[in-house]
Ligand binder design. Structure first.
Ligand SMILES: CC(C)(COP(=O)(O)OP(=O)(O)OC[C@H]1O[C@@H](n2cnc3c(N)ncnc32)[C@H](O)[C@@H]1OP(=O)(O)O)[C@@H](O)C(=O)NCCC(=O)NCCS
Length: 171
């Protein structure tokens, strides 16, 4: 069944639209946002980001949701296949989340990711999801814990040259 949006108390999770591209680029360029991502942020990856997400939706029929709070685009939350350089983390799709720092600490990441998780388990019928979380990303670890994910194993992240954590959640 095709679904174009999910609603929570404070959020609308929806498909992407063209004016999300510059707003997401601003988020991706923010130094606090890039600190613990799976690979260093550069202009090429910022510019490619929107196209990669839209392609994922078109190819797989699901992907990270655009998240709106009080009518404003604030970031994304939702499932995506793991990128090829981290294939070892798969094959389960990754549930990811990334919001503008202006709205951190309000519980919005947890609220968005909870709705995306429920949709992934119930409608998409994914038996498992993972999250790839930098060992120092305590904010993200708290979100994962509140979602019921547990730290499962470690893999080598060749883009950062470190071991990184794979968190696992089962339907
Ligand atoms: C990871 C990230 C999304 C987390 O954002 P966040 O604002 O810290 O997370 P939440 O919105 O869920 O907020 C959680 C905190 O808000 C508090 N909070 C405030 N109001 C709340 C409410 N109404 N409901 C729930 N929690 C609320 C919670 O107590 C919680 O604090 P705690 O973790 O100490 O319990 C954000 O830091 C981010 O975008 N980082 C950059 C990208 C990134 O690293 N992504 C993850 C890669 S693995």
């Amino acid at each position: 069944m095709r679904v174009d949006e999910l609603r929570t108390d404070r959020l609308r999770l929806r498909r992407w639209q063209p004016d999300d591209e510059p707003a997401m680029a601003t988020i991706n360029r923010h130094p606090d946002v890039g600190r613990y991502l799976n690979r260093p942020v550069d202009e090429a990856s910022v510019n490619a980001f929107y196209g990669v997400i839209v392609d994922h939706w078109e190819t797989h029929g699901f992907g990270p949701w655009a998240v709106e709070h009080e009518g404003e685009f604030v970031g994304f939350a939702g499932p995506a296949h793991v990128p090829p350089f981290l294939a070892e983390a798969g094959p389960a799709p990754e549930l990811g989340w990334r919001l503008h720092p202006d709205v951190w600490g309000l519980g919005l990441a947890t609220e968005a990711a909870t709705a995306a998780r429920d949709d992934a388990f119930e409608r998409l019928e994914l038996p498992e999801i993972i999250s790839i979380i930098h060992p120092q990303n305590t904010r993200s670890q708290r979100v994962a814990t509140k979602l019921g994910l547990t730290r499962h194993r470690q893999i080598h992240n060749p883009a950062l040259g470190i071991s990184t954590d794979i968190w696992l959640g089962r339907a």
